[in-house]
Design a protein around this ligand. Structure first.
Ligand code: CO
Ligand code: CO
Length: 314
């Protein structure tokens, strides 16, 4: 840990955001995220990137306070209208999260990139870390998987419009409801599912909590059309890297096919929260969440005592 004794979470942990204590009760929570466009519509891209950045605040059980833009844009090659649409999307999403974007920084760059620095606050004893999952907890996932595979399909021009629309809805949805509900129900640990995929982020949680996890493939929610894309060998490089990396820690049951392994390791953008809760609370979470949200949450497995494999997928 940092030598500064006010630091509660820093980059050596594998949590979603940095946390610094302000006083006996309160902490400031900060995160930064930006990336290249993953959908063609600039307004949607702005919304997705903002929702993704703010998500790290929600994953810690914190609430966002304000944000700053990070922008890279090829001023001479693309119309400024495109940039203005990206920024409008980001600002609309920030507004939906109840915050404003107060400034930022932009540079000229060949490839557009957009994201946010987000500052939030939390009560120190209500912070939800990813290092505190307990054997016996159920695992809840609040968004379906497959956005990495779908985004690669968009780049190759093979993703159907209806699938793009569903993925865009998933990625632009804020994790605010999920965060509020997990605080209310006393979540034991949480993280959001992004670039390292479900297995990568679950592995971080298991290692940090010194537990193992059991995942049931048939319980995993996927955006429709993801399996067809994988069958056409639409697989992002990041997803392949994820699977290679987690393979030494994961035991896949013989019934799990190579395509299913890929789907489980898919690199996500603006994915859902992965939450460890006592079993009865998990049931309550899913029931309540699915009443208020049109994106459905599911119980996908459970935390167990440490075993030879950190994660078992069956
Ligand atoms: Co995160
Ligand atoms: Co992040």
């Amino acid at each position: 840990m940092s030598e500064d004794e006010r630091v509660i979470v820093d980059f050596r942990g594998v949590d979603d955001a940095a946390v610094v204590r302000l006083n006996g009760k309160e902490a400031i929570v900060q995160t930064v995220d930006f990336f290249t466009p993953i959908v063609d519509d600039p307004y949607d891209f702005g919304q997705i990137s903002a929702a993704n950045a703010i998500s790290d605040i929600y994953a810690m059980g914190a609430s966002p306070l304000f944000a700053l833009n990070i922008v890279a844009f090829p001023r001479d090659d693309l119309p400024m209208q495109t940039l203005s649409e990206i920024l409008k999307g980001g600002s609309a999403k920030a507004k939906e999260a109840g915050i404003s974007i107060l400034g930022g920084h932009s540079v000229d760059d060949k490839e557009p990139k957009y994201g946010l620095v987000v500052t939030g606050r939390a009560e120190v004893d209500r912070l939800v870390k990813n290092s505190t999952a307990c054997a016996g907890d159920a695992l809840v996932l609040t968004k379906p998987l497959g956005t990495g595979i779908i985004a690669t399909g968009i780049k190759r021009g093979v993703t159907e419009e209806s699938v793009i629309a569903e993925a865009t809805k998933v990625m632009t949805t804020l994790n605010s409801d999920a965060s509020e509900l997990m605080l209310k129900l006393g979540a034991r640990a949480a993280t959001d599912v992004t670039g390292f995929g479900l297995l990568g982020h679950l592995l971080e949680m298991c290692q940090a909590s010194d537990v193992s996890a059991k995942i049931r493939f048939e319980k995993l929610p996927f955006i429709s059309g993801v399996d067809e894309l994988v069958a056409q060998e639409v697989v992002p490089g990041g997803t392949k890297r994820n699977l290679r990396y987690v393979s030494k820690y994961v035991r896949f049951d013989n019934r799990i096919s190579d395509s299913q392994k890929i789907m489980t390791a898919d690199a996500q953008t603006s994915g859902g929260l992965l939450i460890a809760l006592p079993q009865d609370r998990a049931l309550q979470f899913v029931e309540t969440f699915n009443e208020i949200s049109d994106i459905r949450a599911a119980i996908i497995g459970e935390i167990t005592a440490p075993q030879k494999a950190r994660i078992n997928v069956a």
